[in-house]
Design a binder for this molecule. Structure first.
Ligand code: SAH
Length: 210
């Protein structure tokens, strides 16, 4: 066991005490090596429960947020998931480790490039493309789950349209300072909404956002 393995196990236990109970989520966080998704300057902090810089003014989300959103998606093995905001690739890697087929969209080519290399290196079932994720990714729609990892002023309509029947959309919505995580479930053409307050994300920038 390396120092990183021990720290990662401690992080899993911390997330458990903070209310994460989905064993599939905890198992994936216990498996994916977060220290490989941050630059050399931040490796020592990789298993602290904080967001960290990944360049281009962006951040890898706080582990609690990744765990909370992954749990809110209620995924089953084999589910098709769309992620908006690939960033470091860590959230996509966690979903892939949970048994999902992940499609992810990123607007910064530099981040996309590094994340793609990680997906290949770790042999993860993730397909990534460059683009404006506020438009979704129509080619593979509908999705069992859609997760947006940047804060949006409203819920982009194309994302609602690309949800499968019974599917979920997890998205932070608010102003640029603070966001509420909205969880939408599509049932019989209706969208049922739950809310969780007090999260902070970098802005979602695109046609249907900031
Ligand atoms: N899921 C990432 C979190 C990255 S932060 C991780 O695990 O590391 C959010 C990311 O959303 C940033 O990389 C930012 O460039 C990206 N982003 C913002 N607006 C976007 C848009 N319209 N389409 C795609 N990506 C977007």
């Amino acid at each position: 066991m390396t120092r990183f393995d021990i720290e990662r196990q401690e992080l899993v236990e911390l997330l458990r005490t903070r209310g994460i109970s989905d064993e599939n989520v905890l198992g994936a966080i216990g498996k994916i090596e977060r220290h490989k998704f941050v630059g050399p300057l931040f490796v020592a902090k990789a298993y602290e429960d904080t967001a960290l810089p990944i360049g281009f003014d962006q951040t890898i989300s706080q582990p609690y947020t990744v765990a909370f959103m992954s749990q809110a998606l209620c995924v089953k093995r084999g589910d098709k998931i769309l992620e908006i905001g690939t960033g470091s690739g860590y959230q996509a890697a966690v979903l892939a480790a949970m048994g999902c087929r992940v499609y992810t969209v990123e607007r910064h080519l530099g981040l996309l490039d590094t994340a793609r290399k990680m997906f290949d290196q770790l042999h993860l079932n993730v397909l990534a493309k460059a683009g404006d994720g506020t438009l979704g990714w129509i080619d593979y729609a509908p999705y069992d789950g859609i997760i947006v990892t940047a804060g949006s002023p409203t819920i982009p309509e194309p994302l609602k349209a690309q949800m499968a029947e019974g599917g979920r959309l997890v998205i932070p919505v608010g102003d640029k300072q603070e966001q509420t995580i909205m969880i939408l479930t599509r049932t019989g053409g209706e969208y049922i909404l739950q809310k969780e307050t007090g999260f902070k994300f970098v802005p979602l920038i695109g046609k249907n956002a900031w």
